[in-house]
Design a protein around this ligand. Structure first.
Ligand code: 5GP
Ligand code: MN
Length: 339
């Protein structure tokens, strides 16, 4: 995003506008944190701004400031589509292609509002008039901070916005440990704390509110963990029955895949989660070093993401999805063994 773009966006935002802010389907901490942070800034400028999420999000994010104002397309289709169709500006945050919003794809494709993308995923589609895309960034929340900085708006960054942005940076960096975490990320975190983000409270709200059932589900996932030492890979499965028996709630499986990746000498980790309602197996992939799960997921599982974290899906059974995963590993043998 160059100086010209910033000047044009400043001019666009100079008078009150109707603005839709859109995160991806199954929004995570970065998607919800970045959209809320941006919303709370735009509301200070007296815009009529609204976050419209494709579907619901985990309870561990539901304490965030103004989170109750987020509209859900899945349950409020008519009103949310009317808002998007009438919007002057549409910010799309933390995703790189309209199809990542699921059933919102067509309303977004047909919308006339000026599109502004803020995102850090690889291979972005070319739908936005203003594209703020940077795959080297730790998180979209870090990008929203830079965006406010470029707009000379850091004076508007209050404790509430700081809290939202802190959450997304924390969740997308695995609490500041992934390779995408830079010294700039830490400087931004320091400035968010100076603005009033309460780091202890935030970590507690997001990570220390486990239900007993979730801990049992983690136990189940860990007992299903399989290791493939010859491929430096490990994977976890969770069937619909296992999820049902332990009263699965959205967000309960967040982070489980990292246990597989934390095994000594493991470069590639996967979790396969059966979703009978959608008729798919939802896949999360993680890797260490230069091994790209973005490439693996794009090639074999209709997904994508980042080098070290990607998602995808399969339309076949849990068993055959796992078989497919194991069968493709020999083609990655060199890359896996180089790590
Ligand atoms: P997760 O495994 O936590 O769902 O996702 C890991 C990363 O991959 C996130 O950055 C997420 O946005 C991205 N991602 C997850 N699922 C998909 C997918 O189906 N397609 C694409 N392109 N990216 C995905
Ligand atoms: Mn993100």
């Amino acid at each position: 995003m160059n100086t010209q773009d910033i000047m044009e966006i400043k001019a666009l935002l100079a008078a009150p506008k109707k603005i839709a802010i859109i995160p991806h389907k199954n929004p995570d901490g970065d998607a919800i944190g970045s959209t809320l942070g941006l919303l709370l800034y735009l509301l200070q400028l007296n815009h009529e701004a609204k976050i419209i999420a494709p579907n619901d999000f985990p309870d561990f994010l539901k304490w965030l400031p103004s989170v109750e104002t987020i509209a859900i397309h899945e349950t409020e289709k008519e009103t949310t589509e009317a808002f998007i169709s009438a919007a002057d500006i549409i910010f799309t945050l933390d995703f790189n292609a309209f199809h990542r919003t699921g059933n919102m794809t067509s309303v977004l494709t047909n919308s006339k509002g000026v599109k502004i993308m803020i995102d850090h995923h690889q291979q972005p589609d070319d739908y936005a008039k203003f594209m703020f895309s940077d795959v080297s960034m730790s998180s979209t929340c870090e990008m929203v901070y830079h965006f406010l900085d470029k707009l000379d708006a850091l004076d508007k960054l209050n404790a509430e916005i700081a809290t939202c942005l802190y959450v997304g940076i924390m969740t997308d960096t695995g609490s500041f440990r992934f390779r995408s975490t830079t010294s700039t990320t830490h400087k931004i975190i320091a400035s968010l704390m100076d603005k009033g983000a309460d780091n202890t409270q935030i970590h507690n709200n997001v990570y220390d509110t486990n239900s007993y059932n979730r801990m049992q589900l983690l136990g189940c996932a860990l007992s299903n963990l399989k290791v493939l030492p010859e491929h430096k890979a490990a994977y976890i499965t969770l069937s619909q029955k296992e999820l049902r028996d332990l009263d699965y709630k959205k967000g309960d499986t967040e982070g489980f895949v990292n246990y597989a990746l934390s095994l000594d000498k493991t470069v590639l980790a996967a979790i396969f989660i059966e979703d009978k309602k959608q008729g798919i197996i939802k896949i999360s992939l993680r890797s260490k070093g230069d091994f790209s799960v973005n490439e693996l997921s794009r090639t074999h599982f209709e997904g994508g993401g980042h080098t070290n974290a990607a998602g995808g899906k399969s339309d076949t059974s849990l068993e055959s999805t796992v078989e497919k995963f194991i069968s493709i590993l020999p083609t990655y043998s060199k890359a896996l063994n180089n790590e």
